[in-house]
Design a binder for this molecule. Structure first.
Ligand code: AMP
Length: 187
């Protein structure tokens, strides 16, 4: 099974992707995490990534492809792709990449939460995790990009009948049960 999970910042995509990967034996591919790891490695590439991360802006397309392709190619038993695509260039790239590699996406899970809840959760996470992009300016930038750039491309998955819209406001286990039961009905 191959899944994509999308949603605004703070919607819990990372948490749900991890739970799904454990339950179904899938590889969890988080571009955000791959980028943070590269930034922490202190490599030349990592230093550039670290700077962009603090702004909350999208990473250049080539950077995303460079961390994503090896991860996708090594996910032989299926994957949960967390946080990509975020714009139309990435969506088109993924479409042709999957077509070429004969990879089928089963479902695109969209975790929905209101903007106020996003802001509340990110504020809380900032106190605990100290992520360099959980500052008020970067949070606003990331939510703006999500609304203006990412939401429109999600509509394509809806028209393909691949979108699974999930209420992201309840507790972690309730959300997870909801996703699993909807995936099971489909199968
Ligand atoms: P996330 O952990 O998914 O919230 O991602 C953290 C940051 O990594 C984002 O604010 C972007 O700067 C960058 N990032 C992650 N995934 C992508 C992507 N698919 N395209 C562009 N930038 C990304």
């Amino acid at each position: 099974m191959n899944l994509i999970i999308l949603g605004p910042q703070g919607s819990g995509k990372g948490t749900q992707a991890k739970l799904l990967s454990e339950k179904f034996g899938l590889k969890h591919i988080s571009t955000g995490e791959l980028l943070r790891n590269e930034a922490e490695s202190g490599s030349e590439k990592g230093k550039i990534i670290a700077k962009i991360l603090t702004t909350g802006k999208l990473m250049p397309f080539e950077t995303i492809v460079s961390v994503l392709e090896p991860a996708l190619l090594s996910a032989i038993s299926g994957f949960v792709l967390d946080g990509t695509p975020r714009d139309s260039q990435q969506a088109e790239y993924l479409n042709s990449f999957f077509k070429e590699k004969k990879i089928e996406i089963d479902k695109v899970i969209l975790l929905e939460i209101p903007k106020e809840e996003s802001l509340r959760r990110l504020g809380k996470r900032a106190e605990i995790e100290h992520r360099t992009d959980d500052t008020p300016i970067a949070i606003n930038e990331r939510l703006k990009i999500y609304e203006e750039t990412t939401l429109p491309i999600i509509e394509n998955y809806r028209s393909q009948g691949k979108l699974l819209v999930i209420d992201g406001t309840p507790d972690i286990q309730t959300i997870f049960n909801d996703i699993v039961s909807k995936l099971t009905i489909i199968k």
